[in-house]
Structures are given as structure tokens and as C-alpha cells.
Ligand binder design. Structure first.
Ligand code: NCD
Length: 301
């Protein structure tokens, strides 16, 4: 086990396969629990410090803490905090570490969670709730948990990543997570200019770039859709059109496969997809609570 209790989780590289398996099992136990059925956070305070917009990540962390009998303090919009007066991230987290037992941080700069954890030098754990185009490890854990619930395993899956693979931090973290398993195949479908930084081998499988979404869909277990990260495109550049799940893609997709999306969705998932039994993204979003209950229990329970 790599992730020690009371230490930070800033990247998937803080976890090994045993940690991931154990946290998925713990999330399975947490699913369905009603507050405060499991009091692992009794008397503990979680600070959510969000320098970037969020709905799911912040609310599911807060829901998770409350369901575990803990308390929450929150900066949902850094423009309302002393950041607006020019306070540095290091100073802010140093201060918040005096008010809370863990800090969940979202920040527009890649590497910010690691920098915050370094500034705190182990005083309280920092959990990365998304750092720019870097990583989003707790979303990847939620995604993996959703896949494991359905398939009973992660080994042997064919996974297709679609959309903004360059700036999409959930993709970066989920790829790093799946690299701990033995995948059957990995397929990437991205608009020009938004390709994943690395190719090569992932989870023991060769990574294949495919142009047609319908072709990729035909042989996959998992269609992991993502939104174009408009806010991260270089200023002045125009966004490519989103690759969309349409009727032809749904027809090509095997019956036993799943469509995931970290949400929020844009044009890549038109509402017609919601009716499809393979569309699991709202359940995936709900799974953020039991997974974050497991993560918080490990971090400070
Ligand atoms: C993602 C994020 O913030 O990276 N959202 C989330 O946390 N579920 C995905 C996105 O914004 O596209």
C-alpha cells in the first residue's frame, strides 16, 4: 500500500493497485449508507477550497463528509476569499490547515495540489479536486468504482476515451489508474489538436488512435466521453467541433458496454443518449459520494 492514512492525495501516482482495490471495496460498503450511519468522520472538519467552478466535486465531497458525521467549511468561489486581496495559495492553505483536518482543493493550475501539500509539509492532507489540465484523481476513482460495480473487474476491458484528451484532467487520471490493470485494448478518439499527451502502452495494451467514433464504439466495453475544455484552450484559438454520440454510434456500440462521462456534458452527449440503458453517467456522478466517503475515511477517519 502506497497511500498512508493522514497523507495527501494529489495524483493517481500516490496510489498503487492495492490502494485502488481497497478503496473501491470500501466505497462499495459506503454505498447506500445514510448519515450518520458510519461515523468515521465524527468531530472532523473538511475544508473545501475551490478556486475554479464546480458542482459535483464540491457537493459530493461535502455530502460525503456530512454522511460520515463530519463537518464542512467551504470557499466555493475564491473571488469571495482573501485570494482577491492577492493572498498566495501557500498562505491560504497554511491558514486553512488551522481550521480543518483535511483540505479538498480545486485550482486552475496544474501542480497546485502538490504545491499546497508541500507548503503544508504533512500538517493536514490535501486532496486534489482537480488541478487545471493536470489531474482529477478522485473523479478517476469514482469512474473506476462505477466500472467495477458493473463489470466486476477492471482487467480485460477495452476502454475508449473520446473528446478532449489533451486538457481533460479526468482522462489523465483515469488513464494512470487503469495502467495498474491488464486492459484488453485502449482506443483514443480526439479532435485534431486535442490528442492525449502520450501514446504507447497502457495497462499492457497498445494505445490505438481511431478517427471514427462509430468504428471505435463497435468494439469497446467502455465509451468514456468528455467535454471540450473550452476554458483551457489557448486564447484566440477556435474550438474544434465535439465528437458526438449519435444514433449510428449507439447502434454500433455493443449491448453490454457502458457510456461514461464525468459531466458536465455539452454537445457530445445529446439528450437522446440518456434513454439508452448503457448511459450510466448520472449513476457515475452519484457514485462520487460513496467513493469520496471512502477517500475521506482513509485520509482522516
Ligand atoms: C470534470 C472536471 O472538473 O475536470 N468535472 C468533474 O469534476 N466531474 C470534467 C469537466 O469539467 O469537463
Amino acid at each position: 500500500m502506497r497511500w498512508q492514512a493522514h497523507t495527501s492525495l494529489t495524483s493517481i501516482s500516490d496510489l498503487d493497485r492495492e490502494d485502488i482495490d481497497r478503496l473501491m471495496a470500501l466505497a462499495g460498503q459506503m454505498a447506500g449508507a445514510r448519515a450518520p450511519a458510519i461515523n468515521t468522520l465524527a468531530g472532523r472538519i473538511v475544508a473545501t477550497l475551490f478556486y475554479e467552478v464546480s458542482t459535483r466535486t464540491r457537493l459530493s465531497f461535502e455530502s460525503a463528509a456530512l454522511r460520515l458525521g463530519g463537518h464542512v467549511i467551504s470557499v466555493a468561489d475564491a473571488a469571495t476569499s482573501s485570494v482577491a486581496k492577492g493572498e498566495t495559495l501557500a498562505d491560504t492553505v497554511r491558514m486553512v490547515s488551522g481550521y480543518a483536518d483535511a483540505i479538498v482543493l480545486r485550482h486552475p493550475e496544474a501542480g497546485a495540489a502538490r504545491a499546497a501539500a508541500d507548503a503544508l509539509d504533512g500538517r493536514v492532507p490535501v486532496i486534489n479536486g482537480g488541478d487545471g489540465a493536470g489531474e482529477h484523481p478522485t473523479q478517476a476513482m469514482t469512474d473506476a468504482f462505477t466500472l467495477h460495480q458493473h463489470f466486476g473487474r477492471l482487467d480485460g476491458l477495452t476502454v475508449t476515451f473520446v473528446g478532449d484528451l489533451r486538457y481533460g484532467r479526468t482522462v489523465h487520471s483515469l488513464m494512470a489508474l487503469l495502467d495498474h490493470y491488464e486492459l484488453r485494448a485502449v482506443q483514443l478518439v480526439a479532435p485534431d489538436g486535442l490528442e492525449a499527451p502520450a501514446g504507447g502502452i497502457l495497462g499492457g495494451a497498445r494505445v490505438e488512435r481511431i478517427d471514427s467514433l462509430a468504428d471505435a464504439a463497435a468494439s469497446t466495453d467502455v465509451l468514456y466521453m468528455t467535454r471540450i475544455q473550452h476554458e483551457r484552450l489557448p486564447a484566440g484559438s477556435s474550438a474544434p467541433a465535439a465528437l458526438q454520440v449519435d444514433r449510428a454510434v449507439l447502434d454500433a456500440l455493443p449491448a453490454e458496454s457502458l457510456i461514461l462521462h464525468p459531466l458536465p456534458r455539452r454537445d457530445e452527449l445529446p439528450p437522446l443518449v440518456d434513454e439508452d440503458p448503457r448511459a450510466i453517467y448520472f449513476r457515475q456522478a452519484a457514485n462520487g459520494v460513496p467513493m469520496r466517503m471512502a477517500l475521506l475515511t482513509h485520509a482522516i477517519g
